[in-house]
Design a protein around this ligand. Structure first.
Ligand code: NAP
Length: 248
């Protein structure tokens, strides 16, 4: 019997890697995306090629109704949810806090922090057996930025991720007796589109060689940590936040 894995921002980057790796480990996958339908459809095909079933569900994690509809779609299609990866996130363009307009701060916090809270809340409403669920596991994708602060680049993003580490610690304790484990991962610099989306397409080439391991990480290297924390092999890992940042 395959389990069901729901991933916000599963169409590209780290989320897509976790979706495909999840399929190889026995999951069917619900792939959420916000705008890139072609990428989401390609991710569905990749999950299917890896042996899983998948659906793509459009929705903005910052919109409560979209998050509820996403979980509804997962339950309708697969009958229940075993694992949730709270992954969708964005960065803004390189700037100091003094130069960030309110619109940007609102957007970063709405998607990264409110979106994660809404997604995690929905998991907390549906996974516990006391609420009709099967129990399960949640992984929240934070960032090394949460402990580095990202000065001169994106302090807003770093702050939005710091809140996710707090969420991981608190929700793990709330659900500790509900058969739901909650852990986090803090990726370092990973080879995905997010850097170009934030106006720095050369960020990997520029900063990768300056990292302790003299390279950036790959989405698969983060996905492996996510899948471990979701798995029964991590049965006593709860409220943990794993750095996957190449010693950065
Ligand atoms: P990415 O390649 O840019 O992919 C972002 C994903 O999030 C896409 O699937 C995108 O959907 C989705 N998304 C964006 N806004 C959304 C919204 N409002 N609602 C729903 N989905 C949304 O990003 P990534 O690098 O894989 O990052 C994934 C997570 O890892 C993020 O939380 C990021 O902060 C974190 N992280 C990344 C790095 C890194 O270096 N890459 C480092 C540390 C932490 P569409 O395809 O539809 O646009």
């Amino acid at each position: 019997m395959r389990k069901t894995l729901l991933i916000t921002g599963g169409s590209r980057g780290i989320g897509r890697a976790a979706a495909v790796m999840g399929a190889t480990q026995g999951y069917n996958v619900v792939i959420n995306y916000v705008g890139n339908e072609a990428a989401a459809s390609e991710a569905v095909t990749a999950v299917e090629a890896a042996g899983g079933e998948a659906i793509a569900v459009q929705g903005d994690v910052a919109v409560e109704a979209d998050v509820i509809a996403l979980f509804d779609a997962a339950q309708t299609k697969f009958g229940g949810i075993d694992a949730v990866v709270v992954n969708a996130g964005i960065v803004g363009e390189k700037a100091t806090l003094a130069d960030m307009p309110l619109e940007r701060l609102t957007r970063i916090l709405n998607i990264n922090t409110l979106g994660a809270l809404l997604t995690a809340r929905e998991a907390a409403r549906r996974l516990p057996p006391s609420r009709g669920g099967k129990g399960g596991a949640v992984v929240i994708v934070s960032s090394a930025a949460a402990r580095l602060g990202s000065p001169g680049e994106y302090v807003d993003y770093a702050s939005s991720k710091g809140a996710l580490d707090t969420l991981t610690i608190g929700l793990a304790k709330e659900l500790a007796l509900e058969s739901v484990r909650v852990n986090g991962v803090r990726p370092g610099i990973i080879e995905t589109d997010i850097h170009a989306s934030g106006g720095q397409p050369d960020r990997i080439a520029r900063l990768g060689p300056q990292m302790p391991m003299r390279r950036a990480g790959t989405p698969d290297e983060v996905a492996a940590a996510i899948l471990f924390l979701l798995s029964d092999a991590a049965s006593y890992a709860n409220g943990a936040i794993m750095d996957v940042s190449g010693a950065r």
